[in-house]
Design a protein. Structure first.
Length: 78
């Protein structure tokens, strides 16, 4: 099993973001505003960039992740 078992939720979130990215890539009718894209990219390329959290003892606080997710959600167009 890839990664460490105690980070399974983190890995699930990362895989979900990869799946969402693929859907956005192949579904031209669904688009993100520039801020939505920036938020989505931050989630995918910074917060959940690696298979395991880069700093397991100091993860990004859940409230900060929620704020970025909400920005991405508000940025959905279509």
């Amino acid at each position: 099993m890839p990664g460490k078992d105690n980070f399974i939720e983190y890995q699930d979130a990362r895989d979900f973001l990869d799946a969402a990215y693929e859907l956005l890539r192949v579904a031209p009718a669904v688009d993100l505003t520039s801020d939505g894209r920036a938020a989505f990219d931050k989630l995918r390329n910074e917060i959940f960039a690696t298979l395991d959290p880069p700093e397991p003892n100091h993860p990004v606080p859940a409230i900060e992740v929620k704020v970025v997710i909400e920005r991405a959600e508000r940025g959905l167009g279509g």
